[in-house]
Design a protein around this ligand. Structure first.
Ligand code: FAD
Ligand code: SF4
Length: 489
């Protein structure tokens, strides 16, 4: 609504800021795409008749920090007030609210910052599924005329998450080819340090609303029919499979979550045979459920949430997270793809890179910095609860009811990485054994005091206790060796 009508008394300010390019080392595609999208947005606002100040790194506003810059600009324009919409990251919230008081509520989510806290007021446990069902009712999503869930149930996960046949190929991802070389040159001139790889002559990401809507239409048409079915597939044949890649457009506010949800619901209603309810529901749950839920947890628990380390993990991130140079095929492919494309899908993030970091006892700060930098869609409000919470269990179980760890068997069952690996997924000990196997048992053994009372994990300890003592010792010795030599794997 801020941009609905042109008002000569309002000046919109868009700034390229070193505080934003440098608070973590970002993937080069992420910086390029955000700065290019900002430039397009500034041009679109001008075209619509708005007054705009758009300053690049070449042409910064005077002032030691963002509040000082805005005050100096306001003084030079003769502006009487500075208004802002609530930013998504706590860091910026603290900076702007200290300087200018509270911001206006964000219009880019379905719930306000305290929406989740209000749903669970007075309750200890926060289950995403509870929140999601309420959100379905409140926003009338996938309901029948009587207000009941379509198909008679809320969740169709049991029908989804199949292993993709080896020969099956998903349609190619829809990619654009933007020439953003002037921005790349600017980043270089100013010594902005980035990670990952890009060809700035053909940046593939959609950079404005029109292109994001094209990506949404492509998703509904070509990918949604198999989204849920192959959502958890892991393998080297492709990189996005049936995933939407809409997170960048959603998180930078080029798309509104409700328009994405409505488009998906309508696609199902128009042709329920081609796009079954299981596919549509599985996708909608990610946005209406997980995305809003994670944001609510972030705002309820910040700033303390960013310091949690419930498992007391302190190891550094293995060096090969920055290069992909490991003999483990699953990690080699997932990290290599992340460096090449600033993208990995959810199960790659959770069950490959996240799983290994958790098994290896990496400090959540190091894991957070990696995730916050490397992905095109990474902004702290969504990265932190996913990484520190869901993936690393550093919040002790607020987001996930148990740590997401697995042995190599899960990765084998879920896809096709293991066939090409230097390690043997069926072996638990010895030089060629899949490292996930011994690390899995080592993790549970060293966290027994904390985890064994969790009813979802009890079975693991019963299996461990039934193993022969020499097998347990061999697994622990192998785990010790792997942790000591993690950079060589
Ligand atoms: P799709 O699979 O097509 O899903 C559709 C949409 O659902 C996504 O675009 C996203 O908006 C939403 N969504 C799905 N899962 C989640 C979730 N767990 N939390 C919030 N939204 C979700 N997502 C981010 O947007 N930014 C991050 O920085 C981020 N970091 C993550 C870190 C870890 C360790 C893990 C396990 C997950 C993270 N996610 C993050 C969630 C999820 O992996 C990405 O949203 C998703 O992979 C983006 O790709 P997509 O748009 O193709 O998703
Ligand atoms: Fe990954 Fe182990 Fe499979 Fe290799 S064998 S791809 S390390 S799970």
């Amino acid at each position: 609504s801020w941009f609905r009508s042109a008002d000569g008394g309002v000046v919109y300010v868009l700034l390229e800021l070193r505080q934003e390019t440098d608070y973590v080392q970002h993937h080069v595609q992420k910086v390029l795409a955000i700065l290019a999208a900002m430039a397009r947005f500034a041009a679109a606002l001008r075209e619509a008749g708005h007054r705009v100040v758009h300053r690049t790194l070449d042409d910064p506003l005077p002032g030691a920090d963002l509040p000082a810059m805005l005050r100096a600009l306001a003084a030079s324009l003769g502006a009487s007030t500075i208004e802002y919409q609530e930013p998504d990251e706590y860091r910026l919230h603290a900076q702007l609210s200290d300087a200018f008081g509270p911001g206006a509520g964000s219009e880019h989510f379905l719930y306000p910052r305290d929406g989740v806290a209000r749903v669970f007021s007075g309750k200890k446990q926060r289950l995403m599924e509870t929140f999601y069902r309420q959100a379905r009712v409140e926003h009338r999503v996938l309901l029948d005329d009587a207000g009941k869930p379509l198909g008679g149930q809320w969740n169709f996960d049991a029908d989804n998450r199949e292993r993709m046949p080896l020969a099956h190929r998903a349609p190619a991802a829809l990619e654009f080819a933007h020439d953003v070389r002037p921005i790349a040159d600017r980043l270089e001139r100013h010594g902005v340090l980035t990670i990952g790889r890009a060809d700035p002559g053909v940046l593939p990401w959609p950079l404005d609303r029109r292109e994001q809507l094209q990506l949404l239409a492509y998703f509904c048409d070509a990918l949604l029919p198999h989204f849920g079915r192959y959502q958890d597939h892991l393998g080297p044949a492709d990189w996005a499979y049936y995933h939407s890649r809409l997170s960048f457009g959603l998180n930078t506010k080029m798309l509104h979550p409700l328009e994405v949800i409505r488009a998906v619901e309508q696609t199902h209603r128009d042709d329920p045979v081609r796009v079954t309810l299981a596919q549509a529901e599985g996708f909608i749950r990610q946005i209406l459920g997980w995305r809003e839920f994670m944001r609510g947890i972030y705002w309820e628990r910040m700033p303390e949430y960013g310091t949690l380390n419930a498992l007391d993990h302190h190891a550094p991130l293995p060096d090969w997270y920055w290069t992909g140079e490991t003999k483990m095929a699953c990690l080699h492919h997932t990290i290599g793809q992340s460096l090449d494309r600033a993208y990995a899908h959810h199960i790659q993030r959770l069950m490959i890179t996240g799983n290994f970091a958790l098994l290896a006892g990496v400090h959540p700060d190091a894991v957070d910095a990696w995730y916050l930098g490397i992905y095109i869609d990474a902004f702290e409000w969504v990265e932190l609860p996913n990484t520190r919470g869901m993936s690393q269990y550093a919040d002790g179980g607020t987001v996930g009811t148990k740590p997401y760890v697995s042995s190599g068997q899960y990765i084998r069952k879920q896809g096709h990485y293991c066939g090409d690996c230097a390690y043997r997924v069926a072996e638990k000990t010895g030089p060629r054994a899949c490292p996930f196997n011994a690390l899995y048992w080592h993790f549970h053994a060293r966290h027994r005091a904390r985890l064994e009372r969790n009813p979802r994990i009890g079975m693991v300890y019963r299996t461990w206790d039934k193993m022969a003592p020499d097998q347990r010792s061999a697994l622990l010795a192998q785990g010790d060796w792997l942790l000591d030599n993690v950079n060589t794997l």
